[in-house]
Each structure stands twice: as C-alpha cells, then as structure tokens.
Design a protein around this ligand. Structure first.
Ligand code: AMP
Length: 280
C-alpha cells in the first residue's frame, strides 16, 4: 500500500492501473478511521484497486465548528487501510487541494437546506466541492459512503446524477458499537459520562424503528416518542428529530417506504447524528 500526498501521484498511479484494465473503488474519509470506515474499504474490495482519501476538509466546517480539534492519526489510519486491503492512501494538505486561492464551488439547494443543512449552512457546499474534486482526481468506477451520514449520501447521489459524473455511488450500512452507539470519529470527544448519555441516540432510533416495524404509520407519534426518549437524558439537547422523504428532504406526516428518520443531538458540546430508513 502506498501513501501519497500530491494529486499528481494519485493520477500517475491510477493511470498505471487503467493501462492494466483494472477497476478502482474509492472511499473518501476525514481520517481517524474506525470499523465504520473499514466496512466501506471492505465493500470497495469488489474493485481491483481501492483508494482511500484522508483529508480533514476545512471548507465543510463552519467558523465555530471543530476543524482544529478534529482528531487525526495517520499512522493508525494507515494500519486500518492496510489490514483491509486498500492499495493507495491519498493524504493531501489543504494547500495541495485548494492552493493559494480558490473560487469554484459545487453547490446544491433543496436537499442541503433541511436537517444538518439548517444548523450547518455551508457544510454541504464544502462536502460537494471536495468530493467533486476528489472524484476528478481519483476518477473511480465506484465510490463508497456510509448510511450513517444519510443526508450526505443522498446529496452525493444527487450531485452525481445532476452533474452526470461517470461513477456509481454505493451506500453502506451503519456500523455500531456493541452497545448501539453509531461509530464516529467524534465519539472521541465524549467524556465517560457523556459516552453513556450518547446512547440515547441509538435508543431513540431503535425505538422509532420498532414502532414503525410494528405498523405505526403516524410520523408525529413516532417522532414524539423518540423526542421524549432523548429528553429523558439531561446531557442531551436535540438539534432535530425528523422524518423526511429522501428524494426531497421535506418532512412527511405518514410513513411509507423510502422514508428517512434522522436525528442530531448535542451531548454536551459534541453534535452526534443517527438515523434509520423504512426500507423500500
Ligand atoms: P468521515 O470520516 O466521518 O467523513 O466519514 C467518511 C465516510 O465513512 C462517510 O461516508 C461516512 O458516512 C462513513 N462512516 C462514518 N461512520 C460510519 C459508520 N458508523 N458506519 C458506516 N459508515 C460510516
């Protein structure tokens, strides 16, 4: 496995693979890898070669967000990538990605204006721009994203469709800790007490999923039960608890297939997300 930091090195490697007729799978990440990321690398193993990018993208962080404190550990990340059969890590600097000045953006409306977009207004513009750049650099056949960030997955799928990008987007299931908490690099911010409190997210998600599974079709009933569950936890503060149509991100009143139930909750200062889908 190679670790490179320039765009030129990635292009040269992919060009070599292409000459041999090999397919390329791509897993974009911000590093501090855990089993959630590893599951995407495993899934990308269906291609001949696997590229993982590790880049904490400044453009997707708001001014008061955690860009500076976001956890980083390249050595540990390289170990996970190696163990899961990745062939190339692309680990650029912000300077390599954005140079001295940068004027171009990939922006989207509708899908990015709801859920996380409400409390993180510039987030998805940063995500779309960096992912589009990474797609242009790596030119993968398929790229792999976690259902953990369900809105991001929907946004990327839509960007690829709208802009005719020549690759397939593959969504992968949420990987959880044994006690239910969705794995996240941001879980490292939690104190022992907050870590326990954070379980309220998965408890609410499992409760909502159970109610829907048992036939409840009234969205507000399920959401109210989920909110009530979260509000029992004194360290938790709800950002949103919503049910939306995945195609439009608009809220729904009645549950049907293809509906996303998504939550964002502050545990102390740490904002965590979780969700479940009513499968089609
Ligand atoms: P991040 O490094 O947080 O930007 O995440 C990189 C990719 O890993 C995104 O596609 C995430 O959705 C995915 N991911 C993060 N956590 C999980 C998880 N617990 N289960 C599945 N995928 C995940």
């Amino acid at each position: 496995m190679k670790i490179v930091s320039t765009i030129e090195e990635v292009r040269a490697q992919v060009k070599e693979w292409r000459k041999e007729g090999l397919t390329v799978g791509f897993v974009p990440t911000m590093g501090y890898l855990h089993e959630g990321h590893a599951s995407l690398i495993d899934a990308a193993g269906e291609n001949d070669k696997v590229v993982v990018s590790i880049f904490v993208n400044p453009m997707q962080f708001g001014p008061n967000e955690d860009l500076d404190s976001y956890p980083r550990d390249l050595e540990h990340d390289a170990k996970i990538c190696r163990e899961h059969g990745a062939d190339l890590i692309f680990h650029p600097t912000p300077q390599e990605m954005y140079g001295e000045s940068f004027y171009s953006y990939v922006d989207m409306n509708v899908l990015t204006e709801e859920l996380c977009g409400l409390s993180r207004p510039i987030h998805f513009r940063g995500v779309c721009t960096v992912v589009a750049k990474l797609f242009n650099i790596v030119t993968p056949d398929k790229a792999y994203f976690g259902q953990k960030d369900a809105q991001q997955l929907a946004v990327i799928k839509r960007m690829v469709k709208d802009l005719n990008m020549p690759l397939a987007i593959v969504g992968c299931p949420i990987v959880r800790e044994e006690d239910g908490l969705a794995k996240s690099s941001r879980n490292t911010y939690l104190s022992a007490e907050e870590r326990k409190a954070a379980l309220v997210l998965s408890r609410a998600v499992f409760l909502g999923k159970k109610m829907a599974g048992e036939g409840e079709r009234d969205a507000e009933k399920i959401l109210a039960a989920m909110r009530e569950e979260i509000e029992k936890e004194p360290l938790a503060k709800i950002d949103y608890v919503k049910m939306v149509d995945l195609e439009t991100m608009q809220q729904v009143k009645v549950i049907e297939e293809g509906i996303l139930t998504a939550i964002a909750v502050y545990i102390g200062k740490t904002r965590l997300i979780d969700n479940f889908m009513i499968e089609k």
